[in-house]
Design a protein around this ligand. Structure first.
Ligand code: NI
Length: 182
């Protein structure tokens, strides 16, 4: 397995829309294993292909407290959304930034697993928020897009300053919030 580099805002590759996965093969299983490892190491509870520069419709997530329930969602559709709430949200591609975002806290999704088998599932709470956040990534959208242009620009400048200060290396030394990054 391998850790994959995570793209960071405002990298324009985060704006590429993912294409459907067509082949459910060993290469896909390897990608899922690498994405899960990268997500745990970050640490985060969700990671979309877009964030690791793989523009296929796939994300992984694990919202369990024990971090022992990694799941892959492939070619996912959100069928229903319900119960809109505002909650603090963070993103591995926008490190150290947490902002209140409006999301449904109940969703019904249809997706395929690593073997290509179709499943439907109802998700609530953090898992529901995570699915919407990862689906945004796959559409080339970031949670900072929901903020004002002024706030987004302020975040961009702050991240650039932090990257300069740590000499362009990965964000492993960033301060961590109690909130999970998606
Ligand atoms: Ni994210």
């Amino acid at each position: 397995m391998a850790l994959l580099p995570i793209l960071e805002f405002p990298d324009t590759r985060l704006r590429i829309r993912a294409k459907p996965v067509e082949h459910f093969d060993a290469q896909l299983r390897q990608l899922i294993a690498d994405m899960v490892e990268t997500m745990y190491a970050a640490p985060g509870v969700g990671l979309a292909g877009t964030q690791v520069n793989v523009h296929r419709h796939i994300f992984v997530m694990d919202t369990s407290a024990e971090k022992n329930d990694p799941q892959a969602y492939i070619n996912t559709e959100i069928l229903e959304r319900d119960e809109i709430q505002v909650a603090e949200e963070g993103c591995l591609s926008v490190p150290t930034i947490f902002e209140p975002i409006r999301r449904a806290t109940r969703v019904r999704v249809r997706a395929r697993d690593a073997d290509g088998a179709l499943f439907e599932r109802e998700l609530t709470g953090l898992a529901a928020v995570c699915v919407q956040h990862e689906m945004d990534h796959l559409a080339g959208k970031l949670f900072v897009d929901y903020l004002t242009a002024l706030k987004r620009e302020r975040i961009r400048r702050r991240l650039e300053k932090e990257r300069r200060e740590r000499g362009g290396s990965a964000s492993s030394s960033s301060p961590r919030s109690a909130e999970p990054a998606l």
